[in-house]
Write a protein that binds this ligand. Structure first.
Ligand code: CAA
Length: 380
């Protein structure tokens, strides 16, 4: 067992850390307040290779492993969880989905541009009545010979307004249940595709979340991903990797809040001494450090499982379940350590606390992760 990072891992981690500190940090409070998407920063992240970290270089990616992806996600999330989710969705839901299951035509046409960040991707599974219950898709795609006719509504879509390429899950044969679902590549600009209003969110406010509408959109047959009926398995397999990304985002949010609280506790004085000298604060820091380290082990183990070609459905669910719980709990503690200052925006911890909440909800709620984990241990 070897817990050390390679030189390549350290290089990419340090590049992400430097970028987060120098480029993401300066405008992060304003972007959160105004719900501004970081367009120019996404271009810079693309230049650093962060939009297609794990994609094979022959398709324009950086050709790195999942551990590298997790390291980048943690560093970005420590400072700006909104920028991090833009990277996460593009990498683990869209690029991975196309590289693992797309046709060569789809890879050449879409993946090569998504991996370089020339195009941005979105993953469209959730609907008004199909969030956790993902097989209950109401969006339909009717086979019309050389195209599918797509109709329906998708909700809470990350990168919804900014994306160019959308992977849309839809029902093609209701009678067949989860086997009658397919995944399609839809381009912005296709006739009948409308981007609806932007959501006004509690957290990750710098990311772009929209409702999407499809009214008689003609999707060419060559844009279906995989064999007929593969769409639900496509979504599940892709989301397992996505959950590693969100677990790493949660880890970064927790670590970012912890580092701020640690520094503050050595500067702020009460009762004639730095607050870190009070056991009430020191014990909070001890708990934060311990739980965050435990979360990091679960996240890294799941990334390692994926890199080793092992099954990572359960380990990714465990990593996301635990890391998101730690992120929520420990960002609340960080605000507590900051006291009154924690409640105002300038000190960053209140934003990290708001950002933490979504990690318990998207890419499968904590309750869904428990379904995945319990089913896997009960069938053993
Ligand atoms: N890999 C391969 N196949 C899988 C699978 C996996 N990980 N998980 C399930 N399947 C297969 C099953 O084997 C089954 O196939 P067979 O019929 O051939 O046996 C089929 O899929 C149906 O599976 P279930 O019976 O287990 O389906 P279910 O209705 O009980 O649902 C669930 C399972 C785990 C609860 C699933 O619905 C789920 O994960 N829900 C949450 C969805 C989710 O994560 N939504 C988030 C939206 S995306 C997002 O947030 C993106 C963003 O923008 C940030």
């Amino acid at each position: 067992m070897d817990f050390s990072l390679t030189e390549e891992h350290i290089m990419i981690r340090d590049a992400a850390r430097e970028f987060a500190q120098n480029e993401l940090l300066p405008g992060v409070i304003e972007r959160d307040e105004k719900q501004h998407f970081p367009d120019s920063l996404v271009k810079k992240m693309a230049n650093l290779g962060f939009m297609g970290i794990m994609v094979n270089p022959k398709y324009g990616g950086s050709g790195m492993d999942t551990i590298s992806y997790v390291l980048v996600m943690e560093e970005l999330s420590k400072v700006d969880a909104s920028a991090a989710v833009i990277v996460s969705v593009n990498n683990s839901l869209v690029c991975y989905g196309l590289e693992a299951f797309g046709s060569e035509y789809q890879k050449q046409k879409y993946l090569t541009k998504l991996a370089t960040g020339e195009l941005i991707g979105a993953f469209c599974l959730s609907e008004p009545e199909a969030g956790s219950d993902a097989t209950s898709q109401k969006t339909s795609a009717i086979d019309k010979g050389d195209y599918y006719l797509l109709n329906g509504t998708k909700n809470w879509i990350t990168n919804g307004g900014r994306a160019d390429v959308y992977l849309v899950i839809a029902q093609t044969d209701k009678e067949k249940g989860s086997h009658g679902i397919n995944a399609f590549i839809v381009e912005k600009g296709m006739k009948g595709f409308h981007v609806g209003p932007k959501e006004n969110k509690l957290g990750i406010r710098g990311s772009d979340t929209h409702t999407l509408q499809f009214n008689d959109v003609k999707v060419p047959k060559e844009n279906r991903i995989g064999d007929d009926g593969f769409g639900f398995k496509f979504a599940m397999k892709t989301l397992s990797g996505g959950r590693i990304g969100i677990a790493a985002q949660a880890l970064g949010i927790a670590q970012g809040a912890y580092e701020l609280a640690l520094k503050y506790s050595k500067e702020r004085k009460t009762f004639g001494t730095e607050i870190s000298n009070h056991q009430a604060i020191a014990f909070k820091l001890a708990d934060m450090h311990t739980e965050i380290s435990a979360a990091r082990h679960l996240v890294m183990k799941s990334a390692w499982d994926k890199d080793q070609g092992k099954n990572y459905d359960t380990s990714s669910a465990m990593a996301k379940l635990y890391a998101s719980k730690v992120a929520m709990k420990q960002t609340v503690e960080a605000v507590q350590i900051f006291g009154g200052n924690g409640f105002v925006k300038d000190y960053h911890v209140e934003r990290l606390m708001r950002d933490a909440k979504i990690t318990q909800i998207y890419e499968g709620t904590s309750e869904i992760q428990k379904i995945v984990i319990s089913r896997s241990i009960l069938k053993e």
